[in-house]
Design a protein around this ligand. Structure first.
Ligand code: ADP
Ligand code: MG
Length: 240
């Protein structure tokens, strides 16, 4: 589903992705962790071309992103992205946040889009909030709406960049529960998170990044039970 081959990226002189080799198979849940500034956001943002790469090869859902003829807009429509900040449209109700892209981009008839949106709101436990505005919701509820909005385009891949980092502690669980449900449904997911409980329970593989490079890549029981790299051991110790 996603293949990085020798990918490099620089911001001017800063080598922000250093020889990334990574393969994500359909239905796989990959958790990316590592210290602040290690390149996690940049890595995940290259997957939908929010950040272009400078060297190497990146193939997403069969499309080589270096190919000048690659249809990036079509690819982006197949990828849902949930950020740390919820990024809902504040002037649109919950249901209109969710139906906007399906109506505008997929040309789904409004009635059909609303029916699908309601099913998604049921799924994230917020059906009764259909007519609320984002600022009337808690952070956890907003983030669940953001996930529903991402799912409304029927994506083949969901990307999450620290989706619970901006939440009050009591709201983290409800968002992780929605993500776990999504993982169990077979969605291909790349999740940047420091929620190691989630990683342990839900991830198929954990990647540890430091200074733009992948230092370790292992199934969660191996990564948590026996981290090989000194930097990974340090990182895990400081999370405790
Ligand atoms: P992480 O998500 O792991 O905290 P980032 O991918 O956000 O790391 O950033 C990696 C490095 O790249 C950091 O040193 C950051 O300051 C730098 N960086 C991120 N975005 C930009 C940008 N648009 N321009 C220049 N430097 C950037
Ligand atoms: Mg980041």
């Amino acid at each position: 589903m996603i293949t990085f081959k020798g990918v490099h990226k620089w911001f001017k002189t800063l080598h922000v992705l250093n020889d990334i080799n990574l393969h994500v198979t359909p239905g796989e849940v990959l958790v990316v962790c590592g210290p602040s500034g290690s390149g996690k956001s940049t890595l995940i943002r290259t997957i939908n071309q929010l950040e272009p790469i400078n060297q190497g090869e990146l193939i997403v859902d069969g499309i080589n992103l270096s190919d000048k003829k690659a249809d990036i807009n079509k690819l982006r429509a197949e990828i849902g992205f949930v950020f740390q900040q919820f990024n809902l449209y504040p002037h649109l109700s919950v249901i209109n946040n969710i139906t906007l892209a399906p109506i505008k981009i997929r040309k789904t008839p409004r009635a059909e889009a609303e029916k699908q949106a309601m099913a998604l709101l049921e799924r994230v436990g917020l059906a009764e909030k259909r007519d609320a505005y984002p600022l009337q919701l808690s952070g956890g509820q907003q983030q669940r709406v953001a996930i529903a909005r991402g799912l409304a385009m029927k994506p083949r891949i969901m990307l999450f960049d620290e989706p619970t980092s901006a939440l009050d502690p009591e709201m983290i669980g409800e968002v992780l529960a929605v993500m776990k449900d999504l993982a169990l449904s077979g969605m291909t997911m790349v999740v940047v998170t420091h929620e190691m409980g989630f990683a342990r329970e839900v991830a198929h593989r954990v990647v540890f990044m430091d200074h733009g490079a992948i230092l370790e890549e292992a199934p969660p029981n191996e990564f948590f039970g026996n981290p090989k790299h000194e930097r990974a051991q340090q990182f895990l110790r400081q999370l405790l």
